[in-house]
Design a protein around this ligand. Sequence first.
Ligand code: SF4
Ligand code: SF4
Length: 373
Amino acid sequence: MPDASEPCWLERTRLQRLLDVLLERGFEVHGPVLRDGATLFAPVQRVAELAAGWRDEQTPGGYSLEPCGEARTFGVVSGPGALKPFVFAPHEPLLQVRMDGPGSSFEAEPVLPEGHKVAVLGARACDLAALAVQDRIFLRGRFPDPHYAVRRRALFTIGVSCTRSVSTCFCTSQGTGPEVTGGYDLALTELAEGFVVRFGSPEGEDLVGALGLPIASEEALRRERSDLDACAEGIERALDSGDLRDLLYANLGHPRWEEVGERCLGCGNCTMVCPTCFCHDQRDEPALDGAASLRVREWDSCFNPEHSQIHGINFRARVRDRYRQWLVHKLAGWVDQFDTSGCVGCGRCITWCPVGIDLTEEVDAIRRTEGAS
Ligand code: SF4
Ligand code: SF4
C-alpha cells in the first residue's frame, strides 16, 4: 500500500470501479450531473451519468455550458450547489411535540437525521474550504449543532483539484484553491488518461487499498503540477483582503451602499448559492388535530425583509441595508465571530446574481473612494 506521501494513479477506465466500491460500502454517491442547464450534485451509480465532456463559462450574472471536445469527466468547474445541503439541510425537522389530549401536558422529542452514508465526488477546493468554515461554526462553536454533526460524520468527500477556472473564481485571493490541499478523504487531479489520487483520511486510505492503485508516475506528477500552476496563474479576479475588516467597518456610511442598493433586487440568490451562508429560520408546523406540532428549520436569507423584522419594526428596511449587512458580515463580522472570512472565493454569488453584482468590485469601489461618506 502506498503511503500518504505517495500519490497514486487511477486509469480513467477504472473510475467506475471507484464508484462501485463506494456503492458496495453502502454510500449514496453524488456527483456533478447536468440539470436544467447547469450542473448539480445528484445521486449517481454510473460514470456515464456524470457531466463528462462539458465545460462551463461563468460571468457576472451569466452561466452557460458547452461541449468541451475532450473526454474530461470534471470539465465543469461548478454549478450553483456546493456541499452545504449535505450537512446543513435546506429544510429539516428539529423537534416533534405531542400532546395526549386537551389540557394535558406535552412531550417534546428531538428529531435527528438518520445520517446515511453519503460520498460526494467532485467537490472543488473552495467547496472543501467552505465545509471547513461551516464545521467551525456548526461543530466547534459554543453550541455544536447535533443535526449538522450527524450528517457531517456520514459524509465522505472526494475533492477534484481545478485545472481550469471560470472568470468569477477568486480562490487564489482567499487562499482556498485551485488545488485541493486539505479537508478531503480522497483528492483527484484529472489528466488526459486518468487521475492522480491522494488520500487524506483513514477511510480514504482504505479505499485506495481496496482499489489496489499503483503509484503515480513522475511524468503524471509533473503534468499535474504544471496544470495546477497554470490554472492558478490564470485566475484574474481578485479580492484584496489585507485590511478588509477595518476598511469595511470604517466605511459603513459610504455612498456605494446606496448605489449597489439601487441595483440589488434583494432576491437572496447570492446567499442561497453561497457555500458558507447559514442564515435560517425556525417555525412550527402544527397538525390539523392540534395534538402535535413539528418544529422545522429551513434556510433563510438576510436579504428577506422578514429576517430583520422584530416586534413591529424592521431594522434593515432598505435593500442597501441588507446588502451592506451581507457583505460586511461575510468579510468582516465573521472574522470577529469565527476567526475566518465568510468567503472562500468560489464566485457563485457573482455568477448567480441576476443583475451581476460582484462583491470584489463593490469592495474595490469602496477601497478606491474610502472616506467618501
Ligand atoms: S460570498 Fe460569494 S464568492 Fe464568497 S464564498 Fe459566498 S458565494 Fe462564494
Ligand atoms: S446581490 Fe444579486 S443575488 Fe444578491 S440579493 Fe442582490 S440582486 Fe439578488
